[in-house]
Design a protein around this ligand. Structure first.
Ligand code: HEC
Length: 166
C-alpha cells in the first residue's frame, strides 16, 4: 500500500484506491445500463419527431373539436374564417348552423340578444327579408359587422329565414 504499488494507489487525501478488484456487478449494470438508456432516450426524442408542444396543440384541438390547422385564430366575430368555397354547398343551407357559427357570439345562442340586440322581437331596421339581409350583408352602424365577404347570398338568405323564424 505504498505509492510504488501500481494496484494500490494512495491519494493525497489518504484514500487508497484498490485496482485489483472489479466493481460489483450491480454497479456495472447500473452504470452501463444508464448510459444506454440515456442515449436511447435522447435519440427517441430527437429522431421520432415527437414534441410536447405538438402533442399539446393536438389535444387542445381535439378538446375544442376543431381540426388542428384551423385553431390559430380564436373564433372572434371579426376573424371567423369563411368556409372554403368547395366545402360550402352542403353545410350552408342550414341557417341555424350558420347562426351558431357566426352570430350566436353576439346575438345569443337563441337570438335573445347579448352584445347584439334581441332578434326574436322588434327590429330597428325593419323585419323584412330585404332589411334583414341588408343588415347581415352590409352590417349596421352600431357594431353589427358586414358579412358580405364571408358569406354567400344563399347563406345570407338562409340566415335571414332562420332569424325571422325566431
Ligand atoms: C360583433 C357582434 C355581432 C355579430 C358577430 C353579429 N351581430 Fe348582428 N348586430 C350586432 C349589433 C351590435 C347590432 C345592432 C346594430 C345597430 O343597432 O346599429 C346588430 C344588428 C343586427 C341586425 C339588425 C337588427 C335590427 O334591430 O334591425 C340583424 C338582423 C343582425 N344583427 C343579424 C346578425 C346575423 C344574422 C349575424 C350572423 C351572420 C350577426 N348579426 C352577427 C352585433 C353582431
Amino acid at each position: 500500500m505504498s505509492t510504488t504499488d501500481p494496484h494500490h494507489e494512495e491519494h493525497a487525501d489518504g484514500i487508497v484506491e484498490d485496482r485489483t478488484k472489479a466493481p460489483p456487478v450491480y454497479f456495472t449494470i447500473l452504470f452501463y445500463g444508464l448510459i444506454i438508456w440515456g442515449v436511447a432516450f435522447m435519440s427517441f426524442y430527437l429522431l421520432s419527431g415527437w414534441s410536447s408542444d405538438a402533442e399539446f396543440q393536438e389535444k387542445m384541438a381535439a378538446h375544442k373539436g376543431e381540426p388542428p390547422a384551423q385553431q390559430e385564430a380564436a373564433p372572434t366575430p371579426e376573424t371567423t374564417p369563411a368556409p372554403p368555397a368547395e366545402e360550402a354547398p352542403a353545410a350552408v343551407s342550414d341557417g341555424q348552423e350558420l347562426y351558431a357559427k357566426h352570430c350566436a357570439s353576439c346575438h345569443g345562442a337563441e337570438g335573445k340578444g347579448g352584445f347584439g340586440p334581441d332578434l326574436s322581437g322588434e327590429y330597428k331596421y325593419g323585419k323584412t327579408d330585404m332589411a334583414v339581409e341588408e343588415s347581415i350583408a352590409y352590417g349596421r352602424p352600431g357594431n353589427m359587422p358586414a358579412f358580405k365577404k364571408k358569406l354567400s347570398s344563399e347563406e345570407i338568405k338562409s340566415l335571414a329565414d332562420y332569424i325571422l323564424s325566431l
